[in-house]
Write a protein that binds this ligand. Structure first.
Ligand code: UTP
Length: 304
């Protein structure tokens, strides 16, 4: 079986749910604590052994490109001022020369189109796709969990998770043929089905290991749900021709394109940071208590 060495990180969307921040800051560059969202995807891919990072970007995303580059002036200044911890942090987000590439998607024509734009870099080998706005807090990074499972399934593998029945219309949904509790053999995939017609509640959660034949399917450039070129539709056409499984990955997931979940991710990640945890916990408890008292209409009882 060919190893999975390349990862595509689609980052060319408009981020309309995060306006007005995303007028001038790419959604993928909004921060969770002190790292941009996209850095979590890169760290996850790196932990899974990925050797080439292919970012799909668009106009207005140059800060994302700069983030992974070397910044001589900054490094020099930090060194000169003896700020070695900050220097190590800044260097930690650098990617090795020749190990990353940027390809432009001229228009946000959908996730399938974004992946198709990376086809020359992917070539004829299996590859991973990580949606950077899906961020996971997990002991074992999700892509690493998936590559372990992939060693036994081969073919195509997508991360899945149950969503409430009334939310199927927001996600790609897997139609299960067989479910052993962790692995789910797929007999179909549907993009954003209404709850009444959804074949299950198993949603696709932004991590994929795909065979290169999906690029031939994307060549057709068929528009699907919402008029966009959907990765889900191209993947669905591989089912029956190649092994195709969903895998339940462990860990807490945050869809950081959603404002409430971005706030929750900041709270969860900062509570995992020893140097921040106490201060953040105290602030969160105080805010929650004040809000509860205010909501209960007892302003005189407010905590000082
Ligand atoms: P989303 O649908 O969550 O991102 O796509 P979006 O379209 O930017 O967000 P909203 O709904 O308008 O707020 C998931 C990922 O796929 C990328 C996005 O950048 C995001 O990281 N994407 C999406 C592309 O690269 N190109 C596209 O045409 C669409």
């Amino acid at each position: 079986m060919q190893p999975v060495r390349k990862a595509v990180i689609p980052s060319a969307g408009l981020g309309t749910r995060s306006l007005p921040a995303t007028k001038s800051i790419p959604k993928e560059m909004l921060a969770i604590v002190d790292r941009p969202i996209v850095q979590y995807a890169v760290e996850e891919a790196r932990a899974a052994g990925i050797e080439l990072f292919i970012f799909v970007t668009s106009r207005g995303k140059t800060s994302l490109e700069d983030h992974f580059d070397r910044q001589f002036e900054l490094y020099h200044t930090l060194q000169h001022r003896g700020k070695s911890a900050q220097l190590a942090e800044a260097r930690g987000s650098e990617l090795a020369a020749g190990r990353y590439a940027f390809v432009r998607q001229p228009e946000p024509m959908g996730l399938g189109h974004a992946v198709w734009c990376a086809r020359q870099f992917i070539g004829d080998e299996p590859f991973a796709v990580l949606l950077p706005d899906e961020v996971f807090l997990a002991d074992t990074p999700p892509l690493k969990q998936m590559l372990r499972a992939h060693a036994s399934t081969g073919g195509n593998l997508i991360a899945v998770r149950e969503v409430p029945a009334d939310m199927t219309g927001r996600y790609g949904i897997l139609d299960p043929a067989f479910d052993d509790g962790q692995l789910v053999a797929a007999k179909g995939l549907v993009e954003k089905p209404a709850p009444e017609v959804a074949p299950s509640r198993l949603s696709l959660i932004g991590r994929y290991v795909l065979q290169p034949e999906v690029l031939d399917e994307l060549d057709r450039q068929d528009a699907g749900a919402g008029g966009e070129i959907q990765l889900t539709d191209a993947m669905a056409r591989l089912i029956g021709r190649q092994p195709f499984h969903g895998v339940r990955v462990e860990g807490e997931r945050f869809d950081c394109g959603d404002r409430a979940q971005l706030v929750a991710a900041n709270l969860a990640f900062s509570l995992r940071r020893p140097e921040l945890a106490t201060e953040v916990r105290n602030a969160a408890e105080r805010i929650l208590m004040e809000t509860a008292l205010n909501d209960a209409g007892e302003p005189e009882a407010r905590v000082a």
